[in-house]
Design a protein around this ligand. Structure first.
Ligand code: SF4
Length: 484
């Protein structure tokens, strides 16, 4: 029989609570069981005047609205508030009744400005703490990686740094004038080429032009540095820098923050070749942390005899070349961190390897030995002997930390920054990481509840304290958790 839906007669009243209209397996309903933001009010209380001014939005409601947006992949405040008007789940999650007016979208901007990035960092850190309490983090093996976040600027906003250009022109003019007065002009080409001027965005000067390793495109970016725990893929640390920051230099700070959060020593760290700095190998050896970091590959067809063919003798502070001659130490390069070694011109004169060793325009071979070069050599030898367990750890690196980056970009809108400035991008990154951790926590809880479903105790307990979660790893047995 053909059905008929009466669409024109509206209900005056809706019987029952709002939560009854939201399915139990909805992500916001599941997350609500594990999200505790009661601490937030006291945290931000000092940022508001106690006696004057209009009452602000409840801090917990504001954060819940932002989080709900990130769960749904809505990163723009206007769009979020439009969605919240019609989306029952967001309304319920933020604590607004059906007839209540939602805050204006600009209120969320003002809250971000007033609180600053450190409050949002605390929200993220609380989710990490909850995951640790739930037994989802063991802190022994961590995976480290970085990813670029495209800045929210147009190509038209990029311009060559004006001040730098003018200063350089002035310097050159002053130099040439002095030269004209005092000295005869130098013959030949100038030895150093003029440095290429940087391009900056006029709308977001903190974003820097960086080449993506994925598609090799230069783009104005920020860089997210992520540390993921091996056990259940929980993001245990996250930091944001400008795009040009070197990820290898962030590694030690990341490990220190993870150890502070988990209270455990990191036994194994995995990272890609971008972290294969000799200094990192040295420090990891000193810390007694196993480095699953493949050293960078050598050029297959180098123009001259490569550095690996030269034998470094740290004890006597010399380098022995493939021709059997000794290269002696010359000077320390402060900026690059290492010593320069140079061969003797008379040794090279009659050498049969001369043509392959260095170009015809110079008289001797120079090699640069960075600090910690021996640790790098040890890492190269270890890489050739990686056992199955180490290979498995490096495979997990790919799908755990790179998987988290993919998840953040495809599901939570982190493929592009929404606002300008390092602080705003950091807030976006902290909230995205918090959302990903809450998803894992909610999934753990639902698996835990399913396990206990047969128990009579469950029917009497509406919510389960997080401390009880500590048995979850033993119960579930299989991790990582699959999240919706
Ligand atoms: S050219 Fe000089 S540095 Fe190179 S292998 Fe021969 S002796 Fe050694």
């Amino acid at each position: 029989m053909l059905g008929n839906q009466d669409r024109w007669q509206e209900d005056l009243f809706v019987a029952g609570p709002m939560s009854a209209l939201i399915p139990d397996d909805h992500i916001l309903k599941r997350v609500d069981k594990v999200l505790d933001l009661r601490w937030l009010r006291s945290e931000v209380e000092n940022l508001y005047c106690a006696r004057n001014g209009r009452p602000s939005i409840d801090p917990e409601a504001a954060v819940r609205l932002m989080l709900a947006g990130f769960f749904e992949g809505i990163v723009h405040d206007r769009k979020l508030m439009r969605q919240a008007q019609v989306n029952l789940a967001i309304r319920w999650f933020a604590g607004y009744k059906l007839h209540e007016n939602l805050p204006h979208h600009s209120s969320l901007t003002r809250i971000r400005q007033r609180w600053g990035a450190e409050r949002f960092l605390k929200i993220f850190q609380r989710t990490v703490r909850a995951c640790i309490d739930a037994g989802l983090v063991d802190g022994e093996t961590v995976h480290v990686d970085a990813t670029l976040i495209r800045a929210n600027v147009s190509w038209a906003s990029l311009s060559t740094e004006h001040a730098e250009k003018v200063l350089k022109e002035n310097q050159e003019r002053a130099k040439s004038e002095t030269q004209d007065k005092n000295e005869p002009p130098k013959r030949g080409r100038p030895r150093k080429q003029a440095k290429k001027l940087k391009k900056l965005s006029k709308t977001d000067p903190e974003a820097t032009l960086t080449t993506s390793s994925h598609d090799f495109h230069l783009q104005p970016s920020y860089k997210q540095h992520t540390t993921v725990d091996d056990q259940a893929g929980v993001v245990v640390d996250v930091a944001v820098t400008t795009g040009e920051a070197n990820e290898g230099q962030q590694l030690m700070q990341q490990l220190e923050r993870v150890e502070e959060a988990t209270g455990r020593h990191v036994e194994t760290v995995t990272a890609d070749a971008g972290y294969a700095h000799s200094r990192n190998y040295v420090v990891l050896e000193e810390r007694k942390t196993k480095a699953v970091i493949p050293p960078q590959r050598q050029h297959k067809k180098p123009k001259h005899i490569p550095l690996v063919r030269f034998k470094y003798d740290g004890k006597h502070q010399i380098v022995r070349c493939p021709g059997g001659k000794v290269l002696t130490r010359r000077g320390y390069h402060q900026k690059m961190g290492g010593y320069l070694y140079r061969s003797h011109a008379q040794d090279c004169c009659g050498c049969r390897l001369r043509a392959r060793c260095f170009s015809a325009s110079v008289k001797a071979r120079r090699v640069f030995i960075r600090d910690g070069y021996e640790a790098l050599l040890r890492a190269r030898r270890a890489r050739a002997r990686w056992d199955l367990e180490t290979q498995r750890q490096y495979q997990r690196h790919r799908w755990l930390v790179e998987g988290r980056h993919g998840e953040a970009k495809t599901q939570h809108g982190l493929s592009r920054a929404v606002r300008w400035g390092l602080e705003n991008v950091a807030i976006q990154v902290y909230l995205t990481a918090a959302v990903m951790n809450l998803k894992r926590l909610a999934t753990a809880l639902s698996l835990f509840l399913r396990f206990l479903q047969r128990s009579d105790d469950l029917s009497r307990r509406k919510s389960i304290p997080l401390e009880d979660f500590s048995i979850i790893t033993a119960i579930l047995g299989y991790l990582p958790l699959r999240c919706s």
